[in-house]
Design a protein around this ligand. Structure first.
Ligand code: NAI
Ligand code: F6P
Length: 382
């Protein structure tokens, strides 16, 4: 039987990627630092996915096991794998890179063939970023082997999977929609046959379409909802004022995406409609603090807020709702979130003007910088 190693046994790992791999007849080994989760996977060997949507149903995911990603057995698992996927969060890729490199060296020594690695994270170029990190740990022979035998294929991964409280800690609650699009030209050897995995030779268009629409709208809903004292995405998106800003931001982003990638406008606006409906899913409880987590990452130049604003600027298009969303992100003050704490410390120490320029790259004195600071000053947490 083919073997898949899924780094990250969290929401997306169990609720989406690991599940598709298991359904494609792989034995899925989840690699995580959460010992309790790993023990439970090895004991139960299966779990339930609860589809939480208009149509409610359950899927049993079986043929799974677990391994500690920082333990002694993981290198051998990577050495024996047919595919490696990750869903650990963008900042963790550099941590697992040395382990993956050791696994690649072990494959070389054992004379094993092709391996494909797909980082399923909310970021542009996730697998290429992981590849760069892995290569820093490889010997010269390891690099030569990897160039020949190891494919790092970027992807776009879209399914809303918030934390779920079930009877069994392995169970997971998901929306029914999913989309996983993988960059085919970067795969090595025979293309893995995984029902539910779509292939493309134009990944950048899809990854930006998803990150600059779903994630843009979601993040703005979260930050405006948090500002208004709301707990969930559903509550926030059902507020008319918030919905209007979120909708306008997704359309501004959409108009820039249409210009850049040549998407059909009518089709793209239908894509936005569908996303708005997904945010309103009453069967899922998704908290604004989850969706707004790690605001410094989300305010980064290539990410879901500043990325589409810069794209709109590049094409001379309107982007005022995106700037309102950026301003709201600067109000995100959650002491449980280290990046939120750091952001609030920067604002307290240096002032909002300096924080906006250092975090977003919009320079002090520019029109966009001025609007963000004005919008920030107009609002305060309820
Ligand atoms: N939850 C969602 O709806 C979606 C999440 N994503 C992306 O998927 C990635 C994972 O997100 P979630 O599953 O929501 O997060 P999560 O927090 O539920 O899962 C992350 C998992 O990674 C594990 N982990 C942390 N450090 C590790 C290490 N060194 N080695 C192995 N495992 C480690 C954690 O213990 C945890 O189980 C993120 O990049 C996120 O942006 C993408 C689309 C949807
Ligand atoms: O996982 P991140 O990048 O922190 O962002 C949360 C976002 O990712 C998702 O989990 C899924 O794309 C969304 O629910 C949300 O937009």
């Amino acid at each position: 039987m083919k073997k898949a190693i899924q780094f990250g046994a969290g929401n997306i790992g169990r609720g989406f990627i690991g599940a598709l791999l298991s359904q494609a007849s792989y034995h899925v080994v989840f690699a995580d630092i959460n010992e309790e989760m790993i023990n439970e996977l090895n004991e139960k060997k299966s779990y339930q996915i609860h589809i939480l949507d208009l149509e409610q149903r359950q899927e049993t995911i079986s043929n799974v096991s677990g391994v500690l990603s920082n333990g002694p057995d993981i290198v051998n698992e990577v050495a024996e794998a047919d595919i490696v996927t990750t869903a650990v969060g963008p900042n963790v890729l550099k941590i697992i890179a040395s382990t993956i490199a050791k696994g690649i060296e072990a494959r070389r020594e054992a004379g094993r063939g092709v391996l494909n690695i797909i980082a399923c994270e909310n970021m542009v170029g996730g697998s290429k970023h992981l590849e760069e990190q892995v290569y820093t740990h490889l010997s010269e022979a390891g690099k030569a082997y990897a160039e020949e035998n190891v494919g790092f294929a970027n992807c776009s991964v879209d399914r809303i999977v918030p934390p779920y409280q079930g009877e069994n800690m392995l169970d997971v609650g998901v929306e029914s929609f999913y989309e996983w699009i993988v960059e085919e030209p970067s795969l090595k050897g025979e293309v893995p046959q995984i029902p539910g995995m779509k292939l493309t030779d134009n990944l950048l268009a899809y990854v930006q379409r998803k990150l600059f629409t779903l994630n843009t709208g979601h993040a703005i809903t979260a930050y405006l909802g948090y500002l208004a004292g709301m707990e969930t995405i559903e509550e926030a998106i059902n507020n008319d004022e918030i919905r209007a800003v979120v909708r306008q931001a997704m359309e501004e982003s959409g108009d820039a995406l249409i210009k850049k990638h040549g998407f059909d406008k009518e089709e793209h606006y239908k894509y936005i409609d569908k996303i708005e409906k997904r945010f309103k899913n009453p069967y899922i409880r998704d908290e604004v603090i989850r969706v707004g987590r790690e605001p410094l990452r989300k305010l980064g130049p290539a990410d879901r807020l500043v990325g589409p604003a810069n794209m709109a600027i590049q094409y001379g298009l309107g982007h005022v709702a995106l700037l309102k969303g950026i301003a709201a992100a600067f109000h995100y003050d959650n002491p449980q979130d280290p990046q939120s704490k750091e952001l609030q410390e920067q604002i307290a120490q240096n002032g909002i003007e300096a924080a906006v320029s250092s975090v977003t790259g919009f320079t002090d004195g520019s029109e966009d910088h001025r609007i963000i600071c004005e919008e920030y000053a107009k609002t305060s947490k309820a």
